[in-house]
Design a protein around this ligand. Structure first.
Ligand code: KG4
Ligand code: ZN
Length: 339
């Protein structure tokens, strides 16, 4: 069974070909030009998807060594995401499915991230707990089986990746901030400033997150040391320490809430997915904790942490095997929920 995956929910145009659950090709075209605006500009993102989607899909098909006629179904992200960006992928997938007379399968982007763990060599058997941490989402999900997802708790405000991006902006670093903070933190002292963990003081579900207090604490700290008026040399001394201290608070909170959920539900397998799962300190600390407590941990290879169509193709493949298809009336749902 050959599935073509298409992903255009934010600022990555991606296509991938999956045959019987094995990835034959994956092409990702990233819109780096957004960095000069300090974040993704929706209108520019959709136009850039439109310009390149034909090329990206063509390349994925060529690299896989197949022809269009070999494709059995098209899986496409239909939400959540930016409406203009989603529209490009969904419209393209609809037209192609219609022309080739093959089924289309709408995939939830967050479920796609959860399936990204199946693209690596070792993957978990359900039930497992999945920590989904990206630029738009931060949530703990109980994957009961490959078709049933139970949301245990999510962020009340910013997503983890958003917090990395906003703190990087406060420090005058580039966009996206996550990889930059990750790198600078390696030179810094994580105990330089004690920032609050991203866990709300008044919890409702018990598995929630809140990043706004942490972001504000960084802002107040920068005001206190008069960061804006420091010389470039002085800033350089502070930045790695602030990055490492901020990153420690994030990692502490993510690790604590994830293992709490796993222990409460007595689930022995944990996965960490989404762009922030690329964070080196988080990968290390999660592995240490899993080792210490006897849990099995699964984190995708770095290329499958950030947005890619391989994960969308895999989610589509699982749906198709279970007889789930969409119809050509499918339209994007920017605020699509999980489950
Ligand atoms: O999953 P993703 O590619 O897109 C969304 O669905 O949002 O995640 C992008 C986010 C960005 O906020 C970026 O700063 C963050 O993932 N990110 C990281 C790292 N690499 C990417 N955050 C922390 N450490 C990293 N190494
Ligand atoms: Zn994503």
């Amino acid at each position: 069974m050959v599935v073509l995956g298409i992903e255009t929910s934010c600022d990555e145009t991606s296509a991938a070909v999956l045959k019987n659950g094995n990835l034959l090709s994956s092409v990702v075209s990233s819109q780096y030009f957004h960095s000069k605006y300090g974040g993704v500009v929706p209108e520019l993102a959709s136009r850039a998807h439109q310009k390149i989607i034909v090329q990206v899909v063509g390349e994925a098909i060529n690299l896989a060594g197949i022809s269009k006629g070999d494709i059995n179904a098209i899986a496409v992200t239909y939400g959540p995401g930016l409406i203009g960006s989603l529209l490009v992928g969904v419209s393209f997938a609809k037209a192609m499915a219609y022309a080739l007379k093959i089924p289309i399968i709408g995939v939830n982007h967050i479920e796609g991230h959860i399936f990204s763990v199946f693209l690596s060599n070792e993957s978990p058997e359900p039930p497992f707990i999945s920590l989904v941490i990206s630029g738009g989402h931060t949530m703990l999900v109980l994957v009961e089986n490959l078709l049933n997802f139970k949301l245990l708790g999510q962020t009340r405000d910013d997503a983890a990746g958003e917090a990395f991006d906003k703190v990087a902006k406060l420090l005058g670093l580039g966009y996206p901030g996550g990889p930059i903070i990750d790198k600078l933190s390696r030179e810094g002292d994580p105990n330089f400033v004690k920032f609050p963990k991203p866990i709300p003081s008044k919890r409702t579900s018990g598995y929630e997150f809140s990043f706004s207090g942490l972001k504000t604490a960084v802002l107040y700290y920068l005001k206190r040391i008069n960061f804006q008026n420091l010389s470039e040399d002085e800033k350089k001394k502070f930045i790695p320490n602030i990055c490492a201290s901020f990153q420690k608070a994030v990692v502490d909170g993510l690790v604590e809430q994830t293992f709490k959920a796993a222990m409460d539900f007595n689930i022995k397998s944990i996965s960490v997915v989404g762009g922030v799962a690329a964070n080196s300190e988080l990968r290390k600390r999660m592995a240490e904790k899993a080792n210490e407590l006897g849990f099995k941990l699964y984190i995708p290879d770095l290329t499958f942490c950030t947005d890619n169509a391989g994960m969308i193709a895999y989610a589509g493949y699982v749906k198709l095997k279970n007889g789930i298809k969409s119809d050509l009336e499918i339209s994007p749902i920017p605020n699509l929920k999980i489950g």
